[in-house]
Write a protein that binds this ligand. Structure first.
Ligand SMILES: Cc1ncc(C[n+]2csc(CCOP(=O)(O)OP(=O)(O)O)c2C)c(N)n1
Length: 643
């Protein structure tokens, strides 16, 4: 997409171009940049409101700092579209999140301006501190290290671990706190209350402003007076403000709150911060969705709205008008409430994804039994463990990719104590446009090796309901249910609950010569492949294993006694996944068969459409079809030879 010629933005390809402008022109750059983001995201999709909220900050940072020599890190990175546009990717921006296009998140291999690869929250301060310490060691004392972190991302434990370390390190680092009171949903927790308090506390701000203006007046009296003013400032900061301010107490100098949309003031403040040594935090107050009225009003909806008409704000529905099956996440949300109405021990836990996981349905229906704990996956798991110790049955819903954060908690706090926590792993498998930071590729492998865990995956919505129902009846220990992003396959899923025996798979369709063993929703690709194969007279058998652990050994004995050609299909990493489990079973029972394992290969899979990625990894319907055709060709070849 070409921006209009004659604009200031049309003259900016890199920050070096931006820095040639007069600071008075920056407000116009911000307007044009904001409009460019609206133009492209409305027609090509992606994250939206967060980038609009940091337009001024982004322009001010690239204007004042010497990027890429100075290291600029955006936490999570969903708000870095302005940064991408100003750093050599304006013309490619319309390829954002498409297969072969630029990534929706900063990525080191994409640009030297992307100082650190991000996607998961709360890493920026640790990474910036690591860089700052390395710079200090190398004698590069002129280098700046900047972490831009939202108030949501600041709820993640890692951010505090990093601040704790930074305060004792005295390295040169600027933390920009982008405080818009929002995570994807409204931000939660005591920290949020604290930030609001220092933003709005008249006493704190008046006192700080009075001190600042008195000191400015004293320092105007001459160089000696300047020194005295500095001493007074240090003394005051060392006592009153230090005790009054959380960040100061951690040895990180606090500045602000400032208006994060006042570009001229931001430039001035950032210039000043460059010369102050040690750890500094600039508290910027911003509005998520700034400049697009609808987004400012409903910030959760406009976090990543999909395609929309930028004039009317109408979010485009898919052109296909046939009714769609529900999303797995919604089936989860409604089913949880249904179960919780009958079983008063059930509670819901989500780390900052109420809308994304549909836990908001229970939070609304039963506010005292469902909790958003902030971007804090580790805490979410151990908090659930605590609930379970006291007889509750927590349904802890965490996206598969974010569960990677809480692995030790799953093992040490839940599995080892055999506590009945139900882990619902949403977005399991390849997620599509968010790409490699967000694919839920590893959970089958990393959960399967943990003792006492049940690991299951429904093939459709009804199965999801039945697994959730099963998990809460007289639970004996931890229970994992993984399901993918997006829609299921059934329109009518409101069927009565049915208990599933733990570890019991099922035969979907009988067949001959070849057996296909699938796990979860991807089994529907097998069904599609099988219908195509049937037209050619090829009929493999299809089994839905339902459980990666425990395996249905009875069913597997049946399969390996009948078939010597087996295909395994999973929407997860092949290494250590379902296919590996089947090979282990064969080795343990001395079965010999040809096994073709389909799943995510041993590489990081880029971003693109979900279906496109299944095709790339060769486990969509057409790939399954080809594998089966080849196996059947082998059968007829050997039959011919024998004949
Ligand atoms: C570990 C982890 N958990 C959850 C998410 C999902 N997530 C992406 S953005 C976001 C909210 C971030 O809020 P904030 O940092 O305040 O930025 P804002 O969008 O408000 O600008 C969340 C929860 C994530 N990226 N990483």
């Amino acid at each position: 997409m070409q921006e209009e010629s004659g604009t200031l933005l049309s003259r900016i390809d890199y920050p070096s171009d931006l820095r040639k402008l007069d600071s008075k022109e920056l407000a116009q750059v911000c307007d044009e940049l904001r409009q460019y983001i609206i133009d492209v995201v409305s027609t090509h999709g992606g994250h939206f409101a967060a980038s609009l909220g940091v337009v001024e900050l982004t322009v001010a940072l690239h204007y004042t700092m010497n990027t890429p020599y100075d290291r600029l890190i955006f936490d999570v990175g969903h708000q870095a579209y302005g940064h991408k546009i100003l750093t050599g990717r304006k013309e490619q921006f319309h390829t954002n999140r498409l297969w072969g296009g630029i990534s929706g998140f900063p990525k080191r291999t994409e640009s030297p301006f992307d100082a650190f690869g991000v996607g998961h929250s709360s890493t920026s301060i640790s990474a910036a501190l690591g860089m700052a310490v390395a710079s200090m060691y190398k004698g590069e004392s002129d280098r700046q290290h900047i972490a831009v972190i939202g108030d949501g991302a600041l709820t993640g434990g890692m951010a505090f671990e990093a601040l704790n370390h930074a305060g004792a390190q005295n390295s040169n680092m600027i933390v920009i706190l982008n405080d818009n009171c929002m995570s994807i949903d409204p931000n939660v927790g005591a920290l949020k209350e604290y930030l609001t308090q220092i933003t709005t506390s008249k006493t704190y701000n008046r006192f700080r402003d009075d001190v600042a203006s008195v000191l400015t007046r004293i320092s105007e009296l001459g160089p000696d007076a300047f020194g005295i003013a500095k001493k007074i400032e240090r003394a005051i900061k060392g006592s009153v403000l230090k005790n009054a301010n959380f960040f100061e107490a951690l040895n990180c100098r606090y500045f602000g709150p400032v208006d994060g949309h006042d570009i001229n003031n931001l430039v001035k403040v950032l210039e000043d911060l460059k010369s102050i040594p040690g750890c500094k935090l600039l508290h910027c107050v911003t509005v998520k969705g700034k400049g697009y009225a609808l987004a400012e009003k409903d910030q959760t909806k406009w976090h990543a709205p999909g395609l929309f008409d930028k004039i009317t704000g109408e979010i485009r529905k898919s052109s296909n008008s046939t009714p769609k099956p529900p999303k797995y996440q919604d089936v989860f949300g409604h089913t949880l409430v249904e179960l919780a109405e009958e079983n008063d021990k059930i509670m819901g836990v989500t780390p900052a994804m109420p809308s994304g996981s549909s836990m908001n349905i229970m939070m609304k229906a039963m506010p005292d039994r469902a909790f958003d704990v902030g971007i804090a996956e580790q805490h979410a798991v151990t908090f659930s463990a605590g609930l379970a110790c006291e007889g509750m049955i927590p349904f802890c819903n965490i996206y598969s990719t974010f569960m990677q954060r809480a692995y030790d908690q799953v093992i040490h706090d839940v599995a080892l104590q055999n506590l009945p926590v139900v882990f619902c792993l949403d977005r399991a498998g390849l997620v599509g446009a968010d790409g490699p930071t967000h694919h839920g590729a590893y959970d089958i492998a990393y959960m399967r090796c943990v003792p006492q865990l049940v690991v299951s995956a429904p093939m459709n919505e009804q199965e999801l309901r039945n697994l959730m129902y099963t998990a809460q009846i007289d639970p004996k220990g931890p229970f994992v249910i993984r399901y993918p992003r997006g829609n299921g396959v059934m329109i009518d899923w409101h069927t009565p609950f049915q208990k599933i025996e733990i570890g019991e798979g099922r035969k979907i369709s009988d067949g001959e010569e070849v057996a296909i063993l699938s796990l979860g929703h991807i089994g529907n690709e097998v069904s599609k492949a099988r219908s195509e194969l049937a037209k050619k007279g090829i009929l493999p058998a299809h089994y839905d294993l339902r459980f990666a652990k425990p395996l249905d050994e009875k069913l597997l004995h049946e399969v390996f006694k009948r078939f010597d050609k087996v295909v395994t299909v999973e929407d997860g990493a092949i290494e250590g996944g379902l296919g590996s489990a089947i090979l282990e079973f064969m080795a343990d029972h001395d079965y010999h068969a040809k096994v073709v394992r389909l799943g995510i290969p041993d590489e990081f899979i880029e971003h693109g459409e979900q279906q496109e990625l299944w095709g790339y990894c060769s486990y969509d319907a057409s790939a399954i079809e080809h594998v089966c055709e080849d196996l059947f060709a082998e059968v007829s070849k050997s039959d011919n030879l024998a004949g």
